[in-house]
Write a protein that binds this ligand. Structure first.
Ligand SMILES: Nc1ncnc2c1ncn2[C@@H]1O[C@H](COP(=O)(O)OP(=O)(O)OP(=O)(O)O)[C@@H](O)[C@H]1O
Length: 264
């Protein structure tokens, strides 16, 4: 479903600020894989997601989605088959627009301009049902401006929007990191539900080791721009945070994970 082959990316090449963020990165996801991604600060996690989304072009390597070579495809053209939720709850939704307008925008993504903008009765009914699945009471506030919602409510709506067009890939980039622990747990549970119901192939970056272990069917650890650990299935289910720290240290030549990852 997703194949990253020998990906390299250096920012500011040839300058004193040159930084190699991805260095022979290889990762293959099967259809329906839900992969959690963990690693220290600067390991290249967000850069990997950005490379998949097409936020910049990579220096070397190939990116295939569903067998199609998208390496040179611009971000706006990949957007029709990639759903994405960022850390900042302000990013995925338009604050000054209503909840239903935001959903309609997401539903029309990738369509040609010139279509009538109005939201039909059927669409409104569909959105109400979708919002009901969040169990946050938002189905009764469909004409509220999104800017009035809490961070957790906004991330929940962003998740719905990201999944609305049944993307081939869902990218979650620390999407609960800015939320309080209780809300983060709720949004994570919701992510599980949405991924499962829509059978989405998913990459989820997190700094929280427990979350990385508890969610998804596969866990990948990155260090210095490449994957250093890849644990799936039964082996992943039995993992503990201590195992993970030990294995990370062994796989990355004795390096320790950042405090932020250990303490969370
Ligand atoms: N646009 C950019 N310009 C220059 N350097 C960048 C850019 N984006 C990322 N980097 C650098 O690339 C490296 C990898 O960054 P990245 O954000 O992918 O790491 P990460 O694993 O997501 O880290 P964190 O957990 O701290 O968010 C870092 O050293 C970072 O400073």
């Amino acid at each position: 479903m997703l194949e990253l082959k020998h990906i390299y990316k250096t920012f500011n090449p040839g300058t004193v600020n040159a930084k190699t963020a991805l260095c022979d990165l290889n990762l293959t996801l099967s259809e329906g894989d839900f992969v959690t991604v963990i690693g220290g600060n600067g390991a290249g996690k967000s850069t990997m997601l950005n490379a998949v989304a097409g936020a910049f072009s990579v220096d070397e390597g190939t990116i295939l989605i569903d067998g199609q070579d998208v390496t040179r495809l611009p971000e706006y053209r990949r957007a029709s088959f990639i759903g994405r939720v960022f850390q900042d709850p302000m990013m995925g939704t338009a604050a000054t627009m209503q909840i239903e307008e935001n959903l309609a925008l997401a539903a029309r993504r990738g369509q040609r301009r010139g279509l009538k903008w109005g939201i039909s009765k059927t669409e409104r009914g569909d959105y109400r049902e979708l919002l009901r699945t969040l169990d946050l009471g938002l189905e009764d506030r469909m004409t509220s401006k999104v800017g009035l919602l809490s961070g957790g409510q906004r991330q929940a709506v962003t998740l719905l929007m990201a999944a609305l067009k049944q993307p081939k890939l869902l990218l979650l980039d620390e999407h609960t990191a800015a939320l309080d622990p209780k809300t983060a747990a709720k949004v994570l549970a919701l992510s599980d539900q949405i991924v499962e119901e829509n059978h989405l192939t998913t990459l989820m970056v997190t700094h929280n080791m427990k979350d990385a272990i508890a969610h998804g069917n596969r866990l990948v650890m990155m260090n210095a721009g490449k994957v250093v650990l890849d644990i799936a299935g039964e082996e992943k289910k039995k993992l503990t945070v201590e195992d993970l720290l030990e294995r990370f240290s062994a796989a990355s030549g004795g390096e320790m994970l950042s405090d932020r990852a250990i303490l969370s």
